[in-house]
Design a protein around this ligand. Sequence first.
Ligand code: AMP
Length: 430
Amino acid sequence: MFFCVIIFKNMMKFSSQRGTRDILPVDMPYWHGLEAVCRRLFRLYNYHEIKTPIFESTELFARSIGESSDIVSKEMYTFKDKGDRSITLRPEATAPVVRAAMQNNLIENDKVTKLYYIGPMFRYERPQAGRYRQFYQAGVEVFGSKDPALDAEIILLSEQIMNRLGLKDLEVNLNSVGCSECRPEYLKNLKDFFTSNIKSMCEDCNNRLEVNTLRILDCKNKQCQEYINNASIIEDYLCENCRNQLEQVKVYLDKFSIKYKTVNRLVRGLDYYTGTTFEIVSGKLGAQNAVCGGGRYDNLVAEFGGKPTPAVGFAIGMDRVVEILKQNTEHGKQNTDHRRKMLYVVTLGDKGREKGIDLLFQIRKRGYEADIDYVGKSLKSQMKDADRQNVKYVLIVGEDEVKSGKAILKNLATSEQKEISFDDVLTLIL
Ligand code: AMP
């Protein structure tokens, strides 16, 4: 067997692209569990699912995320299609959801529109643990209200999802990035400050100084950190509206007993954010420790040509959440009866097989998961296969069983077994 695998691997001509990976059946329970919890809680808060295309016009992202952002300037998968249109694989879903909501008239006056999405995103980033070129996000977008209760609602929602999944060691970081009224003044001060120190800072910071000064605050370089720590903080520049908004969000979070930390240096990599921004970070991951990020983007609908409409949203990084779920399972927090509620039909002899297939199809028709061997394995190998597939029940049907009209039902979790008439198989196990 080992030998066969080697030969097969050597013959293999293709492998997945750098920064992408196959999500294998063994990991699917984590993905399905995460998706199910997201969907349940999104519905609990009255969000409705939307699916947008994987690709959009390049301009949609350039206009919203910002030409000078890392995403647009370095990380997009952009190509010309056969009609000479510039197309980009979506690096995030906010801009597409805004476009879709506007195009399909989902945003109306005096109405709050709550949408959610789950799907793959694409960014040409340097791959490392927790950072991929194709990754998955589950997120929400709300249009039509500036109420700080809504900012608090989405933070509460993302927290509740993490809680429901059993994730611990999480921290909510909160900030405001100001608005078009107060941010320019802060940016001017920041730029003046960094200009006088820029010679001692890293190449990335040098590049960001002119095009995206705010993002210098994101730099992890030790030497740059010293300057960053001495730079002024946005809190001192917020206008009354932004200040009140942030304060009221905090009041709601306190009311809901959500622990958070005000992080004045928290800026997000996307230009469309205004006011409240937040991130949830995990102590269980390495450098890429953010599992959720979001905030307000009150100008985007207007920038896309619609009526000014306040909006707020977040995106959960599903790959990173799955990583933590897997760690939790490895640390023994798994349910002890982890066997799948499924039946494996094991047969012996031609008559046994004929009856076994008959029962198999009937069992499935009744809505119970079931399978059988299709390569003529021995009884022992069929039993091994059932065990390997982690099924809970095995139904053994041989020539003797056909004669007596009774099969043997074995519970692999407890090793108990009993005789059961063919008629009862269909009623008893369900
Ligand atoms: P963003 O859209 O940049 O605000 O990211 C929201 C969340 O998506 C982050 O907190 C991460 O959990 C996740 N995320 C972003 N980029 C990647 C990536 N390249 N690989 C895996 N997860 C990512």
